[in-house]
Write a protein that binds this ligand. Sequence first.
Ligand SMILES: [Mg+2]
Length: 243
Amino acid sequence: MHPLRTLAVDFNSFFASCEQQEQPALRGRPVAVVPVVADTTCTISVSYAAKARGVRAEMGVGEARLRCPELTLVEARPEVYIAYHRRLREVIEACIHVSEIKSIDEMECDLTATFAPREKAERVARDIKARVRREVGPCLTSSIGIAPNWLLAKMASDLQKPDGLVVIEEQDLPARLLGLKLQDFLGIGERMEARLRAHGIDTPARLYAATKAELRGVWGGVEGERMFCRLRGEHIPFHCEGN
Ligand SMILES: [Mg+2]
């Protein structure tokens, strides 16, 4: 049995949300954060109102403006986002132990102090959301995933955006993930998907049906075995391997 031991917090459209928190006139509007305001640059982070108009992060500003002429461009202010990151981290630390900072808008938290039953873990998640809303601001919404390990918690957080809360328990596997694309799995990018397909693994169902030895073959080493175990809820820390 693999208990729920990991809670993943991922802030939605982080840089754009910080700007909307700082500048109330931008709230509810299509906003794109860019490194420099120019037509030749790319978006870094876009608000949900912009996403609804087909604008995406890492899209050329020319195309973004074509899709959404009323798009507001905001020049990135890294020092502001770092300050928000620090405050968010403090607020989350007051609710639960943050075991690893994955990126400026992504944190791994550890539920093992309580080996939290589902209701307790969900209560922690709701507490995090409420405190962030109250103490940092209502624009900083997050998607929270709760699962037996980081891979599954992170994927759970991706299942509902924005402002999501999704629990994946061992008994939900693999059913809960069968509707995804292979590249929705943490650790499977374009190249790994091509390798999986070359081995006849072209769906999540086939990924789960593959043996440990087959995945070892696809990954070309022990990482394939780790993937096999993580897909089933085993807790194998990522930081032990330098990634
Ligand atoms: Mg995010």
